[in-house]
Design a protein around this ligand. Structure first.
Ligand code: F0G
Length: 383
């Protein structure tokens, strides 16, 4: 509770007028949303470019990723409809969020995850929250196909982003950004896997700017009739930029990828579910897709941590890796305001973090003696 006694009770309460809920909807929330928009102070100097870069640190959601925004809506609506079980395929974060919100609601979560290809923290979350965790000998795309097939044959509600309520929840990140900046940024960069999140952000920006215009000229392809702004045109919106990992980059190849591979396991997806919608986002926003190598992603992850104190997971760092390239080449112009979504918390994937932080200057092993500690300090002081 703050000094005035107002508790923040989650994004459905906050944006009730812009979400498909009613007074009687039983809201399942863990206080998600309201995440920090952190202005980068040091990295623009490193890049030697005059740009304002903000990171929307979604890793501070209750289960450590942006998925909580969508999951509060999807589980709320599933419970409202009387569902007793939810199911998803996941590269890890959706399963963590589904498991947590199902626990909160007192229903069962079934999660299908690629065997051996999800970060340890995410696996720990799904198991600890009590989901029935099904490891499949296949990748996310196989899991997604199976989930769609089984949902026709068993009493379970799918909570992947093909569930339209997921995108409704996720669009609220755009509302928060506009409220804080007082306008939309010039560019909004996101890592892209299934492309649900980039689609949801675009919906959010379109709905927000539609409140400022009165003329209705085109129909909204995204909200599927849920938002009251369907059919509006829009004013101030960013160019949307989607970055993919080079080994899992169907939007760059222009075709589905059958064997996606990347260290950024969260976006190891070759058959994105929001394919058409994401292309439409690019067309409407004037943005673009690009790819980053795994090496670029890891460098970017470390730079965010070591220059700014912001620890995101590898997939999230694709947004900074890609933006860095586009800022340096001038494709993103100097003088721009840029928002990068950092989709998940770095603590979810400790193995990848530790693996790239070995070396004498980071980890020093010494005897438990005063002189050894003093020497370690003197040898490692910044010059
Ligand atoms: N970043 C992180 C950390 C993710 O977990 C995901 C997706 C994305 C980016 C991409 O978002 O799919 O909306 O384009 N993770 C899903 C999962 C697939 O199962 O957790 P998208």
């Amino acid at each position: 509770m703050n000094a005035f006694g107002h508790r923040y009770t989650g994004l459905i309460d906050r944006y009730r007028d812009r979400l498909p809920v009613s007074e009687s909807t039983p809201i399942i929330s863990l206080g998600e949303g309201n995440t920090p928009l952190i202005k980068l102070h040091n990295l623009p100097k490193v890049l030697k470019k005059d740009v304002d870069i903000y990171v929307k640190y979604e890793g501070l959601n209750p289960t450590g990723s942006f998925k909580d925004r969508g999951m509060t809506m999807a589980v709320t609506k599933a419970v409202e409809a009387g569902s007793k079980a939810i199911i998803c395929a996941s590269t890890g974060n959706t399963s963590a969020a589904a498991a947590a919100y199902a626990a909160r609601a007192g229903i069962t979560a079934f999660v299908l995850i690629p065997d051996g290809k999800i970060a340890m923290g995410k696996l720990a979350q799904a198991m600890m929250y009590g989901a029935i965790t099904i490891q499949i000998k296949g990748n996310f795309d196989d899991g997604m196909r199976l989930v769609k097939e089984v949902a026709d044959k068993a009493p379970v509600t799918i909570v992947n982003s093909i569930n339209p309520y997921r995108l409704q929840g996720q669009k609220t990140a755009a509302f928060e950004i506009i409220e804080e900046l007082g306008r939309a940024p010039d560019y909004h960069c996101l890592p892209v896997g299934n492309a649900g999140n980039i689609t949801a952000h675009w919906m959010g920006y379109c709905e927000s700017s539609a409140t400022d215009v009165t003329k209705v000229t085109e129909s909204c392809a995204f909200c599927e009739g849920h938002c009251k702004y369907a059919g509006s045109i829009v004013g101030n919106r960013p160019k949307m930029i989607g970055y993919q990992a080079a080994g899992s980059a169907p939007f760059i190849r222009g075709a589905m990828v059958d064997d996606p591979e990347t260290i950024a396991t969260a976006i190891r997806i070759g058959h994105p579910q929001s394919w058409d919608r994401a292309w439409k986002v690019m067309q409407e926003s004037g943005g673009w897709f690009d790819e980053c190598t795994d090496e670029d992603i890891l460098v970017a992850q470390k730079m965010l941590a070591q220059y700014e104190g912001v620890f995101c997971e590898p997939a999230s760092a694709a947004s900074f890796a890609g933006a860095m390239k586009d800022i340096q080449s001038g494709k993103i112009a100097e003088g721009s305001t840029i928002v990068l979504t950092l989709t998940g918390n770095g603590m979810k994937d400790p193995d990848t973090a530790i693996a790239q932080c070995t070396g004498k200057s980071v980890m020093v092993q010494i005897p438990a003696e005063l002189e050894a500690v003093r020497t370690a300090i003197l040898n490692n002081m910044a010059q």
